[in-house]
Ligand binder design. Structure first.
Ligand code: GLU
Length: 476
């Protein structure tokens, strides 16, 4: 079978992590099978769909390394085809016009609830008499189009993730609306289940891979495929992504869109890696840290779990730190430099920048950590309490006077590691203090704190701006 899969995002928001994970599974499967991965923008909700969201979706997928094979299908451009299909369904007796008003439908649901029944359309207009219909038309009622659902029907499919699935027609909510209200002589806007079947069929989609929140839709869509005598694709329903409370990951959990993760300083490689692990178990002998381009060979739905996947920040952070630690200094600098510039911090030379990221990289979990850590190299740091205490020690001023005097007679721009070390040793000897005291005092004066990356390296970087002298001289 020629594998053709698709991602069908609705551009009513930014690229959500759940949609991106669905994209990944589709993409990995297409790669594994030598198939085609397609995009379809489901923009039929005209009010909520926005161009900026389409761009956000394209950008997010590209950032993650998920490329698509043909130009995207724009669903709204196919509305005439969709309406034609609805007409066919009406002509063949599979669909009909339902004139029930919203008030009547609400009343129907209230009565069902009062009687302890699940709310469901009671198919009241399925066999409307021509007289009754013309009465409604005369009264100016606008009908929806409903597709008949047989309550007795059992709908089954072999799901690539969940195995044999069976749904009963009676659990599908009664005859389904496939087009919105419109004047009785026209067809209103076609709705989700209808357009998905029409488009998946037109795009020759072989496998529909999407979240398990679409299980009931799949049952409805199979009925449409059957009525239209179209080839039914294979289905795979991927598990949901839950937050740490076991609830569906949503806006309330803070970040959910790919662009937000990017903004926080996650790398595309770690994100794609982590999202693949959300619901897929790596086959034995394969490392959990991988590039998606390498893993497609071993991807299969056999290892996709039925159970929901819990979002684990620690694991994502660990993967991100690993990716950062393995990055070349050049790449890390390329990632960090734009963020530094945004703060108005300009690296004096590429070599200096490489030196900076080599120093900071090992303790970075997010790219953005580099911004906080680089700050004291560009802006005068605040003194933390420990730093303050350290600088109150009476020897500190003596040490600084000695160091400053020596610094004034040297060329700050070419300050070497050996020279820095030598200076510290001289100060230790001359001021008759412990080396640790010199180091701690220097760090406090230069960076305001007692913790941080290698002091000598940091000092050398700072000396490139000659900022070290000004900072030390504040405490003599
Ligand atoms: N537009 C639908 C969604 O974003 C597509 C679902 C499907 O893949 O059929 O949920």
């Amino acid at each position: 079978m020629t594998v053709r899969v698709r991602l069908a995002p609705s551009p009513t928001g930014t690229l959500h992590i759940g949609t991106a994970r669905t994209a990944l599974f589709n993409w990995l499967f297409a790669k594994k099978e030598g198939g085609t991965f397609l995009l379809r923008i489901e923009d039929t909700d005209i009010e909520r769909s926005k161009k900026e969201y389409i761009k956000n979706i394209y950008d997010g997928l590209q950032w993650l390394g998920i490329n698509w094979d043909e130009s995207p299908t724009i669903q709204s451009e196919r509305v005439n085809e969709h309406k034609q299909i609805i007409k066919t369904l009406i002509d063949k007796g599979f669909a009909y016009k339902c004139y029930a008003s919203e008030a009547e439908l609400n009343e129907m649901r209230e009565t069902q609830k009062r009687n302890g029944l699940a709310p469901k359309y009671d198919n009241r207009h399925r066999n409307l008499s021509p007289e009754k219909e013309s009465e409604f038309i005369k009264a100016g009622r606008e009908p929806v189009i409903r597709f008949k659902i047989n309550d007795q029907k059992l709908i089954s499919w072999n799901d690539l993730v969940r195995g044999k699935m069976t749904w009963s027609g009676k659990d599908l909510g009664g005859d389904m609306v496939i087009a919105r209200r419109a004047q009785s002589d026209s067809i209103g806007d076609p709705l989700y289940n209808l357009v998905v079947v029409a488009d998946d069929s037109a795009m020759k989609i072989s496998h529909v891979i999407r979240g398990e929140d679409h299980l009931a839709n799949t049952a409805k869509q199979i009925l449409l495929y059957e009525a239209l005598d179209l080839k039914i694709p294979v289905f795979a329903h991927t598990p949901l992504i839950l937050n740490s409370d076991g609830k569906k990951l949503s806006k309330r959990d803070g970040v959910t869109s790919i662009s937000e993760f990017k903004k926080m300083g996650y790398t595309s490689e770690a994100m794609a890696n982590y999202m693949t692990l959300l619901g897929w178990s790596v086959p034995e002998g394969i490392n959990e840290k991988f590039k998606i381009s390498e893993i497609s060979e071993v991807f299969s739905f056999k290892k996709v779990n039925k159970a929901s996947a819990k979002f684990d920040w620690d694991k994502l952070n660990w993967l991100n730190s690993q990716v950062i630690h393995e990055m070349s200094a050049e790449t890390l600098l390329k990632n960090l430099d734009p963020l530094l510039k945004k703060n108005g911090w300009f690296i004096p030379s590429k070599q200096w920048g490489i030196h900076l990221v080599s120093l900071l990289g090992p303790s970075m979990v997010l790219i953005n950590d580099g911004v906080d850590q680089a700050k004291p190299f560009f802006e005068e740091p605040e003194l933390c309490d420990d730093g303050k205490k350290q600088l109150e020690i009476k020897e500190a001023a003596v040490i600084f006077k000695f160091i400053l005097k020596k610094l004034e007679s040297s060329d700050a721009a070419s300050f070497s590691k050996e020279e820095a070390l030598d200076l510290i040793n001289q100060a230790t000897k001359n001021c008759e203090v412990k080396k640790g005291l010199v180091m701690k005092s220097l760090r406090a004066a230069l960076f305001g704190t007692l913790n941080g990356p290698d002091l000598i390296q940091s000092w050398i970087l700072l000396s490139r701006f000659s900022k070290d002298r000004a900072r030390i001289s504040r405490f003599i």
